[in-house]
Design a protein around this ligand. Structure first.
Ligand code: MTE
Ligand code: MO
Length: 319
């Protein structure tokens, strides 16, 4: 059962069960040598047991998205983009077990009255935790409906007290080489960074999520805290945030740096502006079954209330 431990949040593993990483890695090498391509193939992904061991969060019920059919927990927690753990969708669920989401704090810096550090516990008390059922659209052409638990980013911005020079907010994810195998490889320019314009960051739909399905975030979904911006493509939602920096200039974000023709800073969901490799006019809803047809993608992912933020902007140019 040594391998199975690696799918669980370390905080839920009994001290007597702890397997040193070296043993785990050796075991994987051994399995590789024995002709097993990946140790993870040996066992099904243990999502049910994981959900059972994650702490429940007290939160207010939502008025958002109540008419949506939720994507099953199993899909939300096993089909992930989290390149710090590898580029395959199944890798984060399999390999994020050594990641330590606690203790955790976020540095708030840049154009603020005074730089400070805020613990995850303090953060979670800035506003009542709320459930928000949001449609999430990945630029690769798939989508999910996820019941997040979190608080409006605005609650943190109010405490941060940005100066008049702050025009954008930059989010920096952790890049821990010890526990995140992907960060040892030049897949992206680590650490992963994202950004929002100030008015986007203050919008009531913009969330700092600390949980999903009523439980704390599983590591693979960005524990302990990640950004959720439902009218933008999924890559805007930086996971495991360690620094929030208020800046005057538009930050050069990881994906824009990687492929400026493919990824824009705004990244608003827009069925009229295709990605060079993927159509954006329709999407495949994960969990709807193999034979379900594609769904038409809506402008701003259907969140029309954000349209005033972009009035007068050419969204083909500012994609
Ligand atoms: N730090 C970090 N954040 C990230 C990513 C990543 O690779 N690293 N992937 C992004 C992409 S492309 C998507 S679609 C969403 C996926 O979030 P989910 O796995 O919780 O559905 O996370 C985003 N946030
Ligand atoms: Mo994505």
């Amino acid at each position: 059962m040594i391998l199975d431990n690696n799918r669980r949040n370390p905080s839920q593993i009994l001290p007597s069960e702890i397997t040193p990483e070296s043993v785990y890695l050796h075991r994987r090498q051994f399995l590789k040598a024995a002709g097993v391509a990946s140790a993870g193939l040996l066992l099904p992904v243990a999502t049910h047991s994981q959900a059972a061991t994650l702490a429940t969060l007290n939160h207010q019920k939502t008025k958002y998205g109540l008419d949506e059919k939720l994507t099953p927990y199993e899909d939300v927690t096993t089909y992930n983009n989290y390149y710090e753990f590898g580029t395959d969708k199944s890798e984060p669920a399999r390999d994020a077990g050594f990641f330590k989401a606690a203790p955790w704090s976020i540095k708030i810096e840049g154009e603020v009255k005074q730089a400070k550090t805020i613990s995850i516990e303090q953060l979670m008390k800035l506003a009542p935790l709320e459930e928000r059922i949001y449609r999430m659209r990945c630029v690769e052409g798939w989508s999910m409906v996820i019941p997040w638990v979190g608080l409006p980013l605005k609650a943190l911005i109010d405490v941060a007290e940005p100066t008049g020079n702050a025009k954008f907010v930059e989010f920096v994810s952790i890049a821990d080489q010890k526990t995140m195998p992907g960060t040892r490889l030049p897949i992206l320019d680590w650490p992963y960074t994202e950004g929002l314009r100030m008015d986007e960051a203050m919008h009531p739909l913009t969330l700092l999520a600390v949980g999903l399905y009523g439980k704390v975030l599983p590591n693979q979904n960005g524990a302990p805290v990640r950004l959720v911006v439902p009218w933008k493509y999924g890559f805007k939602g930086a996971k495991a945030i360690t620094t929030i920096r208020f800046v005057e200039q538009m930050p050069l974000t990881t994906w824009v740096k990687t492929g400026p023709r493919e990824y824009g800073f705004y990244a608003n969901v827009n069925p009229l502006v295709d990605h060079p490799r993927w159509t954006q006019s329709s999407e495949k809803r994960i969990g709807n079954g193999l034979f379900a047809g594609r769904i038409k993608t809506k402008m701003f992912n259907g969140y029309d209330e954000v349209a005033p933020l972009y009035r007068g902007m050419d969204l083909k140019k500012y994609f």
